[in-house]
Design a protein around this ligand. Structure first.
Ligand code: ATP
Length: 240
């Protein structure tokens, strides 16, 4: 695998094939992330979306990658599992990145982030006292603590009710303005609201679906969002 040097204003690109334990996961992938822009990645379960994210993050232990991959520098990543430390309070979990790096913990910012995801009153609880959707919001708050040019989000809103999901999409878009974001989602409406580039991953490669040109986050019921959502449903339904 080769890492190419890159500035934050250059696209991030992954071209190549991946396998786990000798079983091919994807081949001849060519994914380009436009800088300072949101790319949404959809596709059937098991097609390899999380593997792509993990490769960008340098966390793809056990994955054999044959190809080239831009070096994204240090990224912020929200994995599909919330990965909260069960013995740490919600607030300490939000500050986990700084703790692991041995940096000063910004308690004020962590409390702000918790308030922004609607969990201010849960700061001192342990994760096991929270619902699945609340835990997902803690993981989101933790990701939004990190000041990174590249942010990788793996189904970050999947456990949320529709209203909270829309609120968290709005918050995340606001806080990540100017970042290069790769969002994995199964939700065509979410991709149509947030995607500035939208790609579907299939076993035979990537298919790009035209995204609306309007600024993000778009209104859930905007005509261009509904049109793109319909296009995505149709493309996802089609056999590859
Ligand atoms: N540790 C592992 N060992 C063996 N196979 C694995 C391992 N992790 C993932 N895989 C396989 O790799 C493939 C891609 O997995 P990946 O999690 O990237 O898919 P995905 O598109 O993100 O799926 P989903 O939408 O369900 O999250 C799957 O077929 C999965 O079974």
């Amino acid at each position: 695998m080769g890492y190419g040097a890159r500035s934050v204003n250059q696209p991030l690109r992954m071209t190549g094939s991946a396998a786990i334990n000798g079983t091919p996961i994807f081949s001849q992938l060519d994914l380009v992330l436009t800088p300072h822009s949101w790319t949404c990645l959809l596709g059937a379960s098991g097609v390899g979306k999380s593997t792509v994210l993990r490769l960008f993050a340098g966390l793809a232990e056990g994955v054999t990658f044959d190809g080239t991959l831009s070096d994204p520098g240090r990224v912020a990543m929200m994995a599909q599992q919330d990965l909260l430390m069960p013995w740490l309070s919600v607030l300490d979990n939000v500050m986990l990145g700084a703790r692991l790096r041995g940096e000063r913990r910004d308690r004020g910012l962590a409390r702000d982030r918790l308030a922004q995801v609607g969990l201010a009153e849960h700061a001192d609880k342990l994760p096991r006292a929270l619902s699945g959707g609340q835990r997902q919001r803690v993981a989101l708050a933790r990701t939004l603590m990190e000041d990174r040019a590249v942010v990788l989000l793996d189904e970050p809103f999947s456990a949320l009710d529709a209203l909270t999901r829309a609120q968290m999409q709005d918050l995340t878009t606001k806080l990540l303005t100017g970042r290069t974001v790769l969002l994995v989602t199964h939700d065509p409406n979410e991709a149509a609201r947030l995607g500035q580039t939208i790609v579907i991953m299939t076993p035979s490669g990537l298919v790009e679906v035209a995204a609306p040109r309007t600024p993000i986050p778009r209104d859930i019921n905007a005509p261009d969002v509904l049109r793109t959502q319909k296009d995505l449903f149709e493309r996802l339904r089609r056999p590859t």
